[in-house]
Structure formats: C-alpha cells, structure tokens
Design a protein around this ligand. Structure first.
Ligand code: NAG
Ligand code: NAG
Ligand code: NAG
Ligand code: NAG
Length: 170
C-alpha cells in the first residue's frame, strides 16, 4: 500500500513536471493523437527509461484499474452481474488500456491487457450466471441421456410384438 502511494506521488509529481513543459528530452516515439500522451510517455521515460511493458503494466493498474475498482466498489456486489450497471466502467477500462497502449506505441490488445481482463473476470464476474456457457443442470442431462436408453426395451418389445402378430396372421 505504501509502495503504491509512493508511486502515485511520483506519478503526480511527473504529471506536474510535464504540465510545466520540459518534454524535450524524450528519447522514444510517443503517440501524439491524445493530448495527455506526453504525460504518460514522460512517466515511462522517467521511471522505466522507455515505453516498456512494465511501465504499461504500472500505468494500467494505477490509472485504469483503480478507476474500475472504485466504480465496482461503489456498486452493491449483488449488482455486479447486471451488465447495464458495469458496461460503462468496463468499456472505459478497455478504452483506458487502449489509450495508454496507443501513447506508448504498444500494439493493443496485448498479453498484458488480456491478463488484466482475465483477472477482472475472475475477481468480479466469476460467480455470475452465464447461460450460454454453463452446462445444463444435471437433471436435464440425466433426462437427455436416459430417455433413449429407456426407449430401447420399448422398441425391442414393439418389434417382437409386431413380429409375433405378423407370424400369427400369416
Ligand atoms: C445489496 O443488495 C441486497 C439485495 O438486493 C440488499 O439486501 C443489501 O442491503 C444491499 N446492500 C447495500 C450495501 O446496499
Ligand atoms: C473513465 O476513465 C477516466 C480515466 O481513465 C476517468 O477520468 C473517468 O471518470 C472514467 N469514466 C467512467 C464513466 O468511468
Ligand atoms: C481516451 O482518449 C480519448 C481521446 O483523447 C478520450 O476522449 C477518452 O476519455 C480517453 N479514455 C479514457 C478512459 O481515459
Ligand atoms: C475512448 O473513448 C473516447 C470516447 O469516449 C473516444 O473518443 C476514443 O477514441 C476512445 N479511445 C480509443 C483508443 O478507442
């Protein structure tokens, strides 16, 4: 916790450095389509020496994930499985990881972002019912399996009965 506060402090101090100009020393290409790319690239330049995956990982967890976690914390956990409640935070999270990756010129999606989403799912949506993905209840599977098996003796006796009848009439 202390470490993460320290990181946020550093991050904020670099943000304010960046606000006061002084990005001339940047040594790598920085995405320029988003106005705050400059800050993001400076953080990576100053803390990691370049646009590394470690820097992306730190930024994603401190900027994007913390936002998402706060949004989830403000919801009753019984509401996490209702898509309408979470979709804006969820797409914001995705958008945020895309923005930062773009700034650092790291292709998106990338393994780090994928891991982040897998982790999100196992933390928040693990217990959500998802009808398309889960198996039907065991009772239904049992019925589906047992019905044809029970029909076999019925078929056999029908055939035997018909054959006997045929024999009798001929
Ligand atoms: C969360 O939802 C449940 C059921 O809807 C309710 O009983 C509970 O009081 C809620 N908790 C909060 C903190 O709103
Ligand atoms: C989306 O994320 C940004 C920061 O990345 C944050 O400032 C904003 O409040 C978030 N919006 C929503 C709807 O979560
Ligand atoms: C991503 O960048 C766009 C364009 O600058 C901005 O509108 C949007 O709010 C950013 N998204 C987040 C989550 O910060
Ligand atoms: C993020 O969302 C904003 C609008 O909310 C959009 O303008 C921007 O292009 C998105 N960024 C990316 C990288 O998709």
């Amino acid at each position: 916790m202390k470490g993460s506060l320290g990181f946020i402090g550093l991050f904020l101090s670099f943000l304010s450095d960046a606000v006061h100009g002084d990005s001339a020393f940047m040594t790598f290409a920085c995405g320029d389509t988003l106005h705050n790319c400059m800050y993001i690239c400076e953080v990576c330049h100053n803390l990691y020496g370049g646009p590394t995956m470690d820097c992306l990982s730190a930024l994603v967890s401190h900027v994007c994930l913390s936002n998402f976690e706060n949004a989830m914390a403000s919801l009753n956990s019984t509401d996490w499985c209702i898509w309408d409640n979470v979709k804006s935070s969820y797409s914001n999270l995705s958008n945020c990881t895309e923005n930062i990756s773009d700034c650092l010129r790291i292709p998106w999606p990338n393994p780090l972002v994928e891991r982040t989403f897998v982790e999100i799912h196992s933390r928040f949506f693990k217990d959500c019912p998802s009808e398309e993905l889960t198996d039907p209840p065991p009772a239904i599977i049992f019925a589906l399996v047992i019905t044809p098996i029970c029909l076999i003796p019925v078929m056999v006796s029908l055939v035997v009965f018909k054959t006997k009848n045929g024999d009798g009439s001929s």
